[in-house]
Design a protein around this ligand. Sequence first.
Ligand code: COA
Length: 150
Amino acid sequence: MITIRAARTTQDLEECLRIREEVFVGEQDVPLDMERDTLDSQALHFIALADGQPVGTARVVLRDGGASAKIGRVAVRQSNRGFGIGKRLIAAIEETPDLGQVRNFLLDAQSHAQQFYARLGYEAYGEEFMDAGIPHRHMKKRNGRSVAFD
Ligand SMILES: CC(C)(COP(=O)(O)OP(=O)(O)OC[C@H]1O[C@@H](n2cnc3c(N)ncnc32)[C@H](O)[C@@H]1OP(=O)(O)O)[C@@H](O)C(=O)NCCC(=O)NCCS
């Protein structure tokens, strides 16, 4: 059974950071001192559990005075990919009550994952750029729950 919820405890947060380290540092060679940053202390972190075991994570940071929510550090353990966990992590973020009034969800997709986000309604904009040695595209999606006008 898959459960997605906000990371509430220190132990939850440690599990999120462990998954990120395994995926971004271990698999993708991102330096640990880039992988963890000062935004972690203000972010809302999410954890995905499969039968109670931590298998995925993502974080959200508010931007533009709360008008946008920037999704990042989306990671699912390698052996758990392809079962809809990443999709459910993004859906859980988009449905979070506290994010109901943000106008846009933003993210910087690794280019290889652009189609994963496109399937979920995200549109790419701007040129491809490099971050931590990995090609990325900016992507965004309008929050269907927001009643705010542009
Ligand atoms: C990208 C990632 C989070 C996807 O997680 P996942 O749990 O495997 O994805 P899901 O099983 O929920 O896939 C949802 C849909 O996207 C598709 N998809 C998943 N990864 C994809 C990819 N890299 N490219 C294209 N489509 C992809 C799936 O086929 C599925 O399609 P469907 O809904 O038609 O069946 C995962 O591969 C991962 O952690 N990768 C390493 C870290 C990373 O690169 N993170 C992204 C940083 S921007």
